[in-house]
Design a protein around this ligand. Structure first.
Ligand code: TRP
Length: 447
């Protein structure tokens, strides 16, 4: 089957911004803040850094390497590199996983967009002053409104993907990422100057080692690391497939892993000083961003402006991540069915929206429906982040570690015969698979 010339990034900087855009998303702010809050702060953070460095980064390098060598989408990659082997089945698992993630991701991103617009006119208007719990619950349980927001968010995502790798994805990230960074740094400076901020800072950095006795903390750290880096779902593989040979993968991947982690940390420096300065419990769970923060913004002078900045920032982060997840599916459809990019983008998005409908209704009409003992959204997040992500991570690590000849793997990843390269390969072969298997067994309740 003859394929046209593959699309390419316009520049290395454009690729780095796009990959960073994929990594930085709701995971860094919404998910990171509530997981750190629930897992006890400092000690969790140390564990998280270790997992990013020793598991996330090596697998990220492997994922880029597979994509660049194969020059194809997630299914084509395994078919090109390992034809007629069971590996090829992995590609379909990845399609399935990214389809699920983008479906529920769009629902949460829709809530964010709703809050953004509410802050444009001064903040969410609550029936009883300051009752943001009531506001949030009333909003998410309505049948139609949240769906409209998810639809709008998905439409924006589809348009960017339809415009192509260079004009759409790279172009959007060149605007969204600088915007995000400026807003984030500005907000961190403001938040750190609040009275009582130091308590929030010490919550983040003080180590309460007893938290590490809880085995669930390890699970949470692994899931969070993969989710936040965006590894294990083919997005980085697909982005890597638009790369030329000239980019040095280990350097680029390290830069992305470090920046993603720094951005999560800065987001923590925005959120926790404010949380402590207003005497709120940091372990409030997923509602932290939608209920606790509006409360805090409402009580601050200039809070409406801050709220606006915060939800613009989150929308930018969510959009650039959703784009990468949609691109996984669209790249496959374009090659497999020889569809035009816009046709593929809008058709896939329509199916994603269809799955988003029950996810969104899971907070109202379908509140009784349970998936793995949770709401539909939380159930899908659990299944995708704690089962599919680790399994695919394991697949990437062992594919490069075990099925490629050693020299080939080192060369394709731009390591050559270096010490770092050897450590990388050993990690892919032993450390990463063993730890992932242990954690998976644990999350399935076998251990
Ligand atoms: N990393 C993004 C975030 O932090 C979400 C995301 C993008 C993602 N691509 C992914 C998560 C691939 C898992 C796998 O919000």
């Amino acid at each position: 089957m003859k394929e046209g010339p593959r699309e390419r990034w316009g520049s290395q900087a454009g690729f780095v911004l796009a990959a960073l855009g994929s990594a930085v998303g709701l995971g860094n702010v919404w998910r990171f803040s509530y997981i750190v809050g629930e897992s006890g702060g400092g000690a969790f953070l140390l564990l998280y850094f270790l997992i990013v460095l020793f598991m996330g980064l090596p697998i990220l390098i492997a994922e880029f390497t597979i994509g660049r060598r194969a020059q194809s989408d997630v299914v084509g990659a395994f078919q090109n590199l390992a034809p007629r082997t069971p590996w090829a089945g992995g590609g379909y698992l990845i399609l399935f996983g990214s389809f699920i993630i983008v479906s529920y991701y769009a629902v949460i991103a829709g809530w964010i967009a709703k809050y953004l617009v509410a802050y444009l006119s001064g903040g969410p208007a609550t029936e009883t002053a300051g009752d943001y719990t009531g506001y949030f619950e009333q909003f998410v349980s309505a049948p139609f409104e949240p769906l409209l927001w998810a639809f709008g968010f998905l439409a924006a995502t589809a348009i960017i993907v339809a415009l192509g790798v260079r004009r759409g994805i790279e172009g959007a990230n060149k605007v969204l990422m600088p915007l995000l960074i400026v807003l984030l740094v500005g907000m961190a400076i403001f938040s750190l100057n609040l009275s009582g901020a130091s308590e929030g800072v010490s919550f983040l950095f003080k180590s309460d080692w007893s938290a590490l006795k809880d085995p669930d903390v390890y699970l949470a750290a692994l899931g969070q690391a993969f989710f936040s880096l965006g590894v294990g779902m083919g997005a980085m593989l697909t982005y890597g497939s638009y790369l030329p040979r000239t980019v040095r993968l280990p350097g680029v991947a390290s830069m992305i892993a470090i920046s993603d982690t720094l951005i999560a940390l800065i987001a923590g420096l925005v959120i926790f000083p404010a949380v402590f300065s207003f005497g709120v419990d940091p372990a409030t769970g997923p509602a932290l961003v939608f209920i606790v923060l509006p409360d805090i913004f409402g009580a601050m002078p200039g809070g409406a402006m801050l709220g606006l900045a915060f939800f613009v920032l989150l929308s930018a982060a969510a959009l650039s991540s959703a784009v990468s997840l949609l691109e996984v599916l669209v790249a496959y459809v374009i090659r497999r069915w020889k569809w035009s990019r816009p046709r593929a983008a809008f058709t896939v998005t329509a199916f994603v929206f269809l799955v988003g409908v029950p996810v969104s209704l899971g907070y109202g009409l379908f509140a009784e429906v349970q998936l793995f003992g949770r709401t539909i959204l939380d159930g899908l997040d659990f299944f995708a982040s704690e089962i599919v992500l680790p399994v695919v991570g394991l697949l990437f690590a062992s594919f490069v570690g075990w099925s490629w000849p050693r020299r080939l793997a080192l060369r394709e990843a731009d390591f050559g015969e270096t010490m770092l390269g050897k450590i990388w390969l050993l990690t892919l072969r032993y450390l990463a698979p063993i730890i992932i298997i242990l954690i998976l067994l644990r999350s399935l309740g076998v251990l």
